[in-house]
Each structure stands twice: as C-alpha cells, then as structure tokens.
Design a protein. Structure first.
Length: 381
C-alpha cells in the first residue's frame, strides 16, 4: 500500500513538471510575439497611426534565437509581408499579423497601421516647366513656350481635351519688308516628329494682345489667328488634329502670315477654320483665310501638306492670299466642304496682281497619296 502511494505521488509530480514546462514554452512564444511587436521600426517622424515609408519587421528574437517568426499583411498592395509600403490614394488602415513558433509551441498577435495617402505632386504649382532641351511632351510645356527663336520638338501626341491654347507669336511682328519685332516672330524650328497637337480651340478674341487690330473707325478685328501668327521659321512633321480656329481675316489652320524663309513641310491638318469678317469690317464679305495659312509670302514655301477640313467659313481651302511659287504636294480631302472651290483668292486687282496659284489637288479620302501614309493613324481615327 505504501509503495502504491509513493508511485502515485511520483506520477503527480512528473505530470506537474510537464505542465510547467509546457506553460513555460507557451509563455515564451507569447513573450516573443510581444517582443517583436514592440520592436517594429518606423521611418523618421512616422508612427503606427502615421505611416509614410517602409516598416521594419523583426525576424529574430533576443529571447530565443531559434524561434521562427512570420509576418502576414492583410493588404499586400499597401504593406507587404516584408514591410515595404506603397502609399494609397486615400488614408488606409492595414492589419499585420505575426506568428511565432518555438519549442513546438505557437503564439500569434497583430497590429494595425494607418498608411497615409500618396502625395501626387509635391512641387510648387507655379513652377514653370523646364524647356532647356526644347522637348515638348505635355500641354503645360507647350503653353510655357515663350522664346519663339528656339527649336522645339514633340516627343508624343499632346491632347488638349478641347481647351483653348496659346499662339506661338503675335501679329504685327513681321511684314513684307522684314521683321519688325523679333520677340513676336516664330523664327525657330517646330518639329512634330510625326506626332500631333490634338483637340484644341484657338480663338482670336481670347488673345487680344496677339491678334487684335483696331482701325481708324474704332473697329477691332482679330487677324492672322493661328498657332504661328507670324512665321519666318520652319514647321515640319506635325499633325494638327481636330482643331477649331476662329478669327477674322487671314485666319489659318497652322500659320497666319508666312514671310521671309518660312517653311511648312510634311504636315497634316484636320478641323475647322473660321474667318468671320474682313479687316476693319462689320460683315463677312469675301474673307481670306485657309486651312494651312492666312497668307503665304513670296519667298515662303509649303511642301507636302495633307488637309482634311471639316468646315471652312469665309475661307479658301489652303490660304487666303498666296504670293509664293513654292507650294507643292498639297492634297485636299474635300468631302466635307465641297462648296469651297478655290485653292486661293482668284481675284487679281490692283493689290493682288502678284497672287500665285497653289500647287494643290483635291480628291477623296480613298485617294490620299502614299506620301501621307504616316498620318493615317489620325485621319482614320
């Protein structure tokens, strides 16, 4: 009997030791959970409720280096299991769990972080685009052009989404005798590199400093309304797509007045051109204007131009007045404006005796010459 009591006491003691050992292992796993949750590291000025940068999740324990520690995020798009943070569009709360295994025992815990929304643009709103290299890739960069003597090139299409754009120059800066104001003449090179300026308006009355003229009777007109009001430089490899150009006399789809050695080469124009009234008049009358230029001077040149006007009001197909014998390779898709028959103003009165015919042909869209195939991506849109 005494022997049985002794064995029972030994078994009870052994069982108690096992329970103590198991309890210690369980407590150790939980202790490690508490340890690593307390040792998470943040970026400078960050905290659990204000996370802007990556987090450091401990993967080793000072309590027991043999412990296995695993972190699991509920939203990997914002916080990865390794603590890499990607800031979302709006502030977001994300829970991360930690799992610990040591000595055959397991424990877990969790912590929630508030990740702050991303800052889209931390630059000052009034900072001007850098145009040092002359490369234009955004509407903001185009609108920032002020030096018209430099060379510029597009690096992609620019879609203005129907907005009003600015002219690159102003009228009165050049005439048939030469340059009057160099700061208002586009004398550089604008190379589209096969890309387009798309979906915009250019309205003379919106830019009085660039286009307005007032006669002695006090009548104001907006003349030579165009992207390049006074052009002595070169515009090439450029598509102008779905433009709405509105002015008075000598309004042009691309240029207003081309003088000196001005050159327009390998271009495409689609859209409408409205020349509402002649200079100094209050009525429409016979208004000169065109889908390429308002007026082409004697030494200016136009070569390889594809024109697809959707509407021409008070204008000719190509230009208002053409004094140049160097207009070649112009093709007009006249499906939509068949009522406009002349390429250039035909009258040769006392002031227009030097007018020249425009080197252009008309036809349908199916007959566009292959030289203009690069523009198919625009006229087939």
């Amino acid at each position: 009997m005494k022997m049985k009591r002794t064995i029972s006491l030994m078994m009870i003691t052994l069982f108690a030791l096992i329970l103590v050992a198991c309890g210690e292992s369980g407590n150790k796993a939980q202790d490690i959970v508490d340890e690593v949750l307390g040792n998470i590291e943040y970026q400078t000025d960050d905290s659990r409720t204000n996370v802007t940068g990556d987090l450091f999740f401990p993967t080793e324990s000072e309590i027991d280096s043999s412990a296995t520690i695993e972190w699991v995020s509920e939203n990997l798009d914002v916080i990865t299991d390794a603590g890499v943070v990607t800031r979302p569009a709006s502030n977001m709360r994300v829970k991360v769990e930690v799992f610990v295994e040591v000595g055959g025992m397991e424990a877990s815990g969790s912590i929630s972080f508030t990740v702050m929304k991303a800052v889209v643009d931390e630059e000052p709103d009034d900072e001007e685009p850098d145009l040092t290299d002359g490369k234009i890739s955004t509407a903001a960069e185009f609108m920032a052009i002020t030096d018209f003597s430099k060379n510029y090139e597009l690096t992609n299409d620019i879609d203005f989404g129907g907005a009003e754009i600015k002219p690159l120059g102003r009228i009165g800066s050049v005439n048939w005798q030469g340059v009057v104001d160099p700061t208002g003449v586009f004398s550089g090179i604008f190379d589209g590199k096969g890309f387009a300026l798309k979906n915009f308006k250019l309205t003379g009355s919106a830019h009085p400093n660039a286009f307005s003229e007032t006669n002695t009777e006090g009548i104001t007109s907006f003349m030579f309304v165009s992207i390049f009001p006074n052009l002595t430089g070169t515009v090439r490899n450029l598509a102008v797509v779905n433009a709405t150009i509105t002015g008075d006399g000598f309004t042009g789809g691309i240029a207003g007045l081309m003088e000196g050695n001005a050159m327009i080469e390998n271009v495409y124009f689609s859209g409408s051109v409205t020349a509402a009234k002649s200079w100094g008049s209050t009525e429409g009358w016979e208004v000169p204007g065109g889908s390429i230029a308002g007026m082409i001077g004697g030494s200016a040149r136009v070569k390889d131009a594809l024109v697809m006007p959707s509407a021409l009001l008070g204008s000719n197909l190509i230009t208002g007045y053409n004094f140049s014998s160097n207009t070649t390779g112009i093709y007009v898709v006249n499906d939509s404006v068949m009522e406009v028959l002349e390429y250039a103003t035909p009258e040769k009165g006392e002031e227009t005796q030097y007018l020249q015919p425009v080197g252009a042909t008309k036809g349908g869209k199916a007959s566009i010459p292959s030289v203009f195939s690069q523009w198919a991506k625009y006229y087939n849109e």
